[in-house]
Design a protein. Structure first.
Length: 441
């Protein structure tokens, strides 16, 4: 990142003057916002914390931001750091979800601790340089091979503490939990401070029949979480087949069981292709079950609706506006980066938000949508210390030259400056050549 336009403040007590901040990222609206939802403020930083949020003109001196926007460091609620960057040796042959699963499965067989750690750490370094403060990664969890990935997670979580708050979720097919291996995995998740997760997309099998014991599998999965007090995070209905209706079943199961831990559901693509009535009923159940939704817009655009020689007809994303209107929390997140599920991506939540605005029409007005990469995922992950600008919080901030929302969203914001604990960080994006030792075989 270029830091040519701001020097790190030398004092432990200073002001950021003339900042524009989305009111959606503040605990309360200090004065009327402009048409972009921005307010003009001065922010006081003392000993690495925000100690005052004051009207513009309050600061006697300090760093003049000249009307540039200030956002909090952001929260990435759904990534795959164990799988990241494998594209050079595991390309998706045709860009489909089936092609991705096949390529990833072949590559996963060769994963060593050294290999996962190198790529996982690379992903964290990208995220940190872009201004991410917290992440939740899924870990491919096929027992007993999964032990390696979970060990890497625990090691890097501890090594990165204070820079990126890291959570992990198990990822395997739901029926994996019907065996003794599933119990061992649930124990590993619990002992690692993790979240219990699974994927249901693979349940849409070639003859389009869902397993007859699907409800039993789901109840077993919920039971394993209940016994261990684990939160849930699921890959749900990541398909353009409207017959995939697992989200409805998950919400109904959570309500019937009185499940008390947080649930986050990712993707939920097929909801957008179901009838209005069924979708409304599913959304109502999600609201009642207090399920949080995380949308992965760049991966969904990449994988969904792909058919060689045929132009995609839909955007692949779930019903974000309808969920939001029903009071269901909606986050946007990175998902895969440079692996068979998405050939691109760099753990940049500014890119994710920019793409989400364009793909899902989160504009005119921008409204509360800036929360979808900050306070909303922070709350869903139980990390409310991150993702908003409030008095007493760590001064973990992203400073932009962009003043308006179109200035922010028109360019990639490569000259943004990241403050952590009130200091400009010197981190830059890692060079892809750093991965040659593990990727070039
Ligand atoms: Zn995912």
């Amino acid at each position: 990142m270029s830091k040519t336009w701001i020097a790190s403040p030398h004092s432990e007590d200073f002001w950021l003057r003339d900042a524009r901040v989305p009111t959606a990222l503040l605990p309360e609206e200090p004065e009327p916002a402009n048409s972009d939802g921005l307010v003009r403020l001065d922010l006081r930083i003392t000993d690495g914390r925000i100690t005052a949020i004051a009207p513009f003109g309050s600061a006697p001196d300090g760093v003049n931001l000249d009307g540039g926007q200030v956002w909090p460091c952001l929260v990435d609620a759904h990534v795959h750091l164990d799988k990241t960057q494998i594209w050079p040796r595991a390309a998706n042959p045709n860009g489909t979800h089936a092609g991705a699963r096949m390529a990833a499965q072949l590559d996963r067989a060769g994963w060593s601790e050294e290999d996962i750690a190198a790529r996982f750490g690379f992903g964290l370094a990208c995220a940190y340089a872009h201004g991410t403060a917290a992440m939740r990664t899924h870990i491919d969890s096929y027992w007993p091979h999964a032990r390696i990935g979970w060990h890497v997670f625990r090691t890097l979580r501890d090594a990165w503490a204070g820079r990126i708050t890291l959570q992990a979720v198990s990822l395997c097919p739901l029926d994996h939990f019907m065996s003794e291996d599933g119990i061992a995995l649930a124990d590993e998740v619990a002992n690692s401070g993790g979240v219990l997760g699974m994927a249901t997309m693979g349940l849409v099998d070639p003859d389009r029949q869902m397993p007859s014991d699907l409800q039993d599998q789901l109840d077993r999965f919920f039971g394993l979480a209940e016994e261990r007090g684990l939160a849930l995070d699921l890959h749900i209905d990541e398909t353009g087949d409207s017959r995939a209706r697992m989200l409805h079943m998950v919400a109904a199961t959570a309500l019937r069981r009185g499940f008390s831990q947080p649930i986050q559901c990712g993707h939920c693509c097929s909801l957008a292709l179901q009838s209005e009535e069924f979708a409304a009923e599913t959304i109502r159940l999600c609201a009642e079950a207090r399920i949080a939704i995380v949308v992965l817009p760049m991966c969904n655009m990449y994988l969904q609706g792909r058919d060689a020689g045929r132009t995609p007809r839909w955007r692949g994303i779930t019903l974000v506006h309808e969920f939001h209107a029903a009071g269901v929390p909606v986050s946007f997140a990175s998902d895969n980066c440079r692996d068979p599920f998405f050939a691109y991506g760099d753990y940049d939540l500014v890119e994710v938000y920019r793409e989400a605005v364009r793909i899902a029409h989160l504009d005119h007005p921008f409204g509360e949508w800036p929360q979808s990469v900050g306070p909303t995922p922070a709350t869903a992950l139980g990390l409310s210390q991150h993702g908003s600008i409030r008095t007493g919080a760590s001064a973990d901030l992203i400073l932009f030259r962009a003043r308006s929302m179109t200035e922010l969203l028109a360019r990639p914001q490569s000259d943004r400056v990241i403050l952590r604990n009130g200091r400009v960080i010197e981190a830059s994006l890692p060079d892809y050549r750093e991965l040659d030792p593990v990727l070039v075989r």
